[in-house]
Design a protein around this ligand. Structure first.
Ligand code: UGA
Length: 440
């Protein structure tokens, strides 16, 4: 099939590449000419495992191309996906101006008698599909089209795998013709398809992300009780997660969730439910627990080091999660900045996130080291903030030798406490008993 994706950001680019990979002919459109030029030159603007190969392979096979013209994309395609940003406004509600603008632009280039399915892939509030339909009709009274909602559930860091082998595909539509075409788009993926009305599909996305964030905040709240009582949150998570009704996924206690999706989507769902007149206070509690988690972690560092001013602290990890170079709304970045504000001398290292952190000036006053080992030189404490696999392979005896004081704060429960104590570290994790050095 011929497909067009408007917006070549995270979702648009990875979706476009994966659609091409299963045999569709795809045009990825973006209004940023520089981005289009660089994609045409084979440069991928984000780090996502497997993406570069798929893009290069499909461009070479002429199944994938890039353009800055919506007209070009809409003309050539039966199905037009909208994957533009839906950023948050200061009050948490969603800024839909990019979606509205694209709807007008699509309306302008739709030709009479040439039916198109317009698909909302961006994360949008319930009832956005109705607005997109109204807008297209307002700017092109003769247009022959249907609007469908098809939320995306990919995770950064494993986006290609999530797209190629999704748990489910949600298609919300009110027209049989559009639904039939959408099923054809997804046929090659062999995944379960849930067909709903447009409003339900839109709601599924916000409800899913909010539920996942709730699971994280739940275990993080339990982790605080574990710290106060001497229990181990990892054992508690295993114990409750073995109940199939609960499941172990997303019960990893941490510094808190971050990234470009959960914080924005939970705030949006709160604003949407307020607007509809059905407030959702449970989600405000989810946000509060999330913010507390980092603050409690810093309090524990302060308790151990007494005063943070002039303390040399090494932070491993800046990205909001491993296997991505994304540093947007990253809790590790907030943590580093809080430490700097208290006067700590911070050296950080991240396998993929330092370039973007430097470019965006997200960690002013922080020294960025060339390696994880260089970062620990002379440190009075080491903080593990993002659970990159690379950190599991580092010679911890060498780390201890290089540090001034063998004190480790693990913000992701990444290391094994007994092993760390065996190396001679005093080891503090989230919701786990403190283990002191057994030797050294
Ligand atoms: C999330 C959802 O998982 C995707 O299904 C969704 O498509 C995406 O948002 C989106 O809306 O576009 P993502 O933000 O890429 O994906 O990353 P996650 O793997 O969900 O992690 C989000 C945050 O939660 C990270 O900061 C991670 O460290 C944290 N987390 C995750 C925990 O603290 N504990 C856990 O058990 C799991």
């Amino acid at each position: 099939m011929e497909l067009c994706i408007i917006g070549s950001g995270y979702v648009g680019l990875v979706s476009g590449a994966c659609f091409a990979e299963v045999g569709h002919r795809v045009i990825c459109v973006d209004n940023d000419r520089r981005k289009v030029d660089s994609l045409q030159a084979g440069k991928i603007p984000i780090f996502e495992p497997g993406l570069e190969e798929i893009v290069h392979r499909n461009v070479a096979a002429r199944r994938l191309r890039f353009s800055d013209s919506i007209e070009d994309g809409v003309d050539q395609s039966q199905v037009v996906f909208i994957a533009v940003p839906t950023p948050p406004q200061p009050d948490g509600s969603v800024d839909l101006s990019f979606i509205e603008k694209v709807a007008r632009e699509i309306a302008k280039v739709l030709k009479p008698g040439e039916y198109r399915v317009v698909v909302d892939k961006s994360t949008v509030p319930v009832k956005t599909g109705e607005k997109v339909t109204e807008t297209i009709k307002r700017y092109n009274t003769g247009a022959d089209f249907d609007v469908v909602s098809n939320p995306e559930f990919l995770r950064e860091g494993c986006a290609v795998a999530d797209l190629m082998k999704p748990d489910r595909i949600v298609i919300g539509g009110n027209s049989d013709r559009a639904l039939a075409l959408m099923k054809k788009v997804y046929e090659p993926f062999n995944a379960p398809i849930l067909v709903t009305d447009v409003n339900s599909a839109e709601l599924i996305k916000h409800a899913a992300n909010s539920f996942l964030a709730l699971k994280i905040s739940y275990i993080n709240a339990v982790s605080a009780i574990c710290e106060a009582s001497g229990a181990d949150v990892e054992k508690v998570a295993d114990g409750i997660g073995m109940d199939k009704r609960i499941g172990r996924h997303f019960l990893n206690a941490s510094l808190g969730y971050g990234g470009s999706c959960f914080p924005k989507d939970i705030a949006a769902f709160i604003a949407i439910s307020d607007q509809i007149g059905v407030p959702f206070p449970l989600l405000k509690e989810v946000q509060r627990i999330n913010a507390d988690q980092k603050d409690r972690f810093i309090k524990r560092i302060r308790e151990a080091l007494w005063v943070l001013r002039e303390k040399r602290i090494c932070v491993w990890g800046l990205t909001f999660k491993p296997d991505t170079d994304d540093v947007r709304c990253s809790v590790p970045i907030d943590l580093v900045n809080d430490l700097v504000k208290e006067g700590a001398i911070v050296t950080a290292y991240d396998p993929k996130g330092m370039e973007k952190a430097r470019e965006l000036n997200l960690v002013p006053g922080v020294k960025l080291a060339d390696s994880a080992l260089e970062a620990v030189d002379g440190a009075e404490a080491l903080i593990l903030a993002t659970e990159w696999k690379e950190f599991a392979c580092i010679d911890m005896e060498e780390v201890k030798r290089r540090m001034h004081t063998p004190l480790v704060f693990d913000g992701r429960n990444f290391f094994d406490p007994a092993t760390m104590a065996g190396f001679g570290f005093t080891y503090r994790a989230i919701g786990r008993p403190v283990l002191s050095a057994k030797c050294g």
